[in-house]
Write a protein that binds this ligand. Sequence first.
Ligand code: SI3
Length: 329
Amino acid sequence: MFSRPTSSSMAFPKKKLQGLVAATITPMTENGEINFSVIGQYVDYLVKEQGVKNIFVNGTTGEGLSLSISERRQVAEEWVTKGKDKLDQVVIHVGALSLKESQELAQHAAEIGADGIAVIAPFFLKPWTKDILINFLKEVAAAAPALPFYYYHIPALTGVKIRAEELLDGIQDKIPTFQGLKFSDTDLLDFGQCVDQNRQQQFAFLFGVDEQLLSALVMGATGAVGSTYNYLGKKTNQMLEAFERKDLSLALNYQFCIQRFINFVVKLGFGVSQTKAIMTLVSGIPMGPPRLPLQKASREFTDSAEAKLKSLDFLSFTDLKDGSLEASS
Ligand SMILES: CC(=O)N[C@@H]([C@@H](O)[C@H](O)[C@H](O)CO)[C@@H](O)CC(=O)C(=O)O
């Protein structure tokens, strides 16, 4: 249970953000406009077919930084509207290079009834110290004083290498709405220390490297945000359940199986464009092409990914049995 003391000015969520959070794709039409018409269907698909009831909107997978501010507002609004009474939590990524734009988006997220906001480090003119980064985040958080705030740590993309463990040290004194970390990095020492040093705070520790989630669960991750939960949510939920039951051998089977797929596509070249193609294939909902500078995934990629998904039984959602690790390729 979420038990952090609350101040009267803050509307904390009924419950802590935990479990799987799908980093949503922004569906687009063939001519590059946002395809709002499929978002309702997308919500139903996540909930009914993948068992995923939390979403992270306008992040990396959602091409948030490639959208205009007006588009980001409309996308956020559509997900909140279509997710009402269906989703548990809708977190909006409001990070931007301009503090003012970020604040505008944060305020907007509060107005439309989102459940939280997340922010990456500005990545062109960069903050070089922890204190400067905190100051930036604090100014954004202050624009939505009633919304839980998450820091989105993704150093490989932002180039801001300030360790999350350092950043979290005393963060709530500066940002009272701080409620958790989305950690999209493979440094498990940093992640483990974030958990170890902040257990008392009841923060959400959301891991963002899907192929390594089991290791992060061992380190104390309380949830996960990722692109593959759009179409491998059900499989990953089975892994979470096995971990919860302390059946580590079965949990490892699931993680290895998921790794086989991710390893396969990574070798072919994997990113947001390929995520769009795989999601279209698995869900049947057209995600469309990505926006420039990204390029549409090739036909060869989609065919190979489909064959791999079939060979791993990922299109039929059958349960893995303990020992199937040896049987599958
Ligand atoms: C760099 C990147 O896109 N990482 C993904 C992962 O889900 C990633 O696609 C997955 O682990 C496969 O490598 C997420 O961390 C990104 C994410 O949550 C987001 O879209 O904001």
